[in-house]
Design a protein around this ligand. Sequence first.
Ligand SMILES: [Zn+2]
Length: 43
Amino acid sequence: MKARFNGKCVECNESIKKGKEIVKNSKGVWVHKHCSDVEEELP
Ligand SMILES: [Zn+2]
């Protein structure tokens, strides 16, 4: 989903800007889509 507010990605330690695509990782923490350790869509 798209971030509704600014935050911080715990994986890369960079900011998550409002409107960026984010996903929950295996710990239930919001991270950048490309930083997640969970595969969103399996083939
Ligand atoms: Zn990140």
